[in-house]
Write a protein that binds this ligand. Structure first.
Ligand SMILES: Cc1cc2nc3c(=O)[nH]c(=O)nc-3n(C[C@H](O)[C@H](O)[C@H](O)COP(=O)(O)O)c2cc1C
Ligand SMILES: Nc1ncnc2c1ncn2[C@@H]1O[C@H](COP(=O)(O)OP(=O)(O)OP(=O)(O)O)[C@@H](O)[C@H]1O
Length: 308
């Protein structure tokens, strides 16, 4: 997938079929939009493309980010999008709906067809809706394809709903709506070294950056990809009441049984598969050690049954 980080013409000599949206989570609905554009492009000799955008970290327009920029790109690339435009929000947010169609769809994408869901809005202050998109695109020979809204348990899937489920610790619901396990890939940082020196369970620390949505604190069964290999693992996300004060920062730490190696500075992918229990204050480090080993055993058992 070719990534353009500015509002500039993409490589689409025969024109493109473009999926439109922010796509945080690349959830079931987003997948339908993106896949429809890819399929339409293949059937009509067009370039499969997506238009999305970057919001500054503190921007609350879309809530906390479900995925890193890289994770979102990875999932969209896997669907077959070839030209991916990720413009800074500030570069186009003041455009009127008419100017959005001209500057973005015509001048950047040479769009022949655009794909979105029923709730898609565009242009300054989200003034344009699907009806206006039809009105503006049809005379220009751009086909507007509105996909059916994806539902889960009878209700529309949305990034907002997935954020709420993540915060509530409803990981099964989250993963069902995403269509793939929730995952992070934050850089590995140094912890206090207690895990390796005093607990016998060294951990990989991947703390959430500003602007990222932090899921419900707790202990999770996870798997982690290091050097191209997946390992069952157990992750503690929370304040570590056993070793830290109550107002210490939240950390995200993963114990990978059987793994030893230096991963500082790398960005391993960590997939969350099951919520196990809340984080607790233990009376001794031994009890904490037992919890971590027990969670790791459960993870190994889980992945020996569920080949992902
Ligand atoms: C699977 C797992 C579960 C954890 N659960 C808890 C917990 O319930 N209570 C707690 O105080 N700390 C918990 N932790 C965090 C540990 O306190 C932390 O990993 C340990 O102190 C090592 O910290 P370090 O990275 O600074 O060396 C957990 C860690 C893991 C990996
Ligand atoms: N459930 C869904 N089914 C089909 N398409 C959807 C669905 N949800 C969103 N879309 C479409 O996917 C594209 C990206 O949408 P957007 O990123 O705004 O997602 P969202 O899930 O509605 O997010 P939020 O909850 O943050 O508003 C848009 O074209 C939108 O219309």
């Amino acid at each position: 997938m070719h990534i353009l980080e500015t509002l500039a013409p993409v490589d689409a000599p025969q024109g493109s079929a473009v999926a439109l949206g922010f796509f945080d989570g690349v959830h079931l609905g987003h997948r339908t939009v993106l896949q429809s554009a890819v399929d339409y492009a293949a059937a009509n000799g067009l370039t499969p493309a997506a238009f999305t955008f970057l919001l500054p970290p503190g921007n609350a327009l879309k809530g906390g980010r479900i995925f890193s920029v890289e994770e979102k790109r990875r999932r969209i690339a896997a669907l077959g999008v070839r030209e991916y435009q990720e413009a800074p929000f500030a570069d186009f947010c003041a455009l009127s709906p008419e100017d959005f169609v001209r500057r973005v769809l015509v001048e950047c994408f040479s769009a022949r067809a655009v794909f979105c869901g029923d709730n898609f809005t565009f242009g300054a202050k989200a003034a344009g809706d699907v009806k206006l998109l039809h009105t503006l695109c049809t005379p220009l020979g751009i086909r507007v394809c509105v996909v059916e809204m994806a539902k889960y348990k009878g209700e529309t899937v949305s990034s907002t709903r997935i954020r709420a489920a993540l915060e509530a610790g409803e990981l099964d619901e989250v993963n069902a709506m995403l269509g793939q396990p929730y995952a992070i890939d934050w850089p590995v940082t140094h912890g206090k070294g207690i895990g390796a020196s005093r607990l016998g369970t060294p951990t990989i620390n991947q703390n959430y950056p500003q602007g990222a949505l932090q899921p419900c604190c707790g202990v999770y069964l996870t798997r982690i990809c290091i050097g191209g290999q997946w390992y069952p693992s157990a992750t503690g996300l929370g304040r570590r009441p056993t070793v830290d004060g109550v107002d210490a920062p939240i950390t995200c730490e993963t114990y990978v049984p059987g793994f030893s190696g230096n991963v500082y500075g790398t960005r391993p992918r960590l997939e969350f598969h099951q919520y196990l229990c809340p984080v607790r204050k233990f009376r001794s480090l031994e009890e904490l050690h037992n919890l971590i080993c027990d969670a790791a055993e459960k993870s190994c058992a889980y992945f020996s049954q569920h080949r992902a």
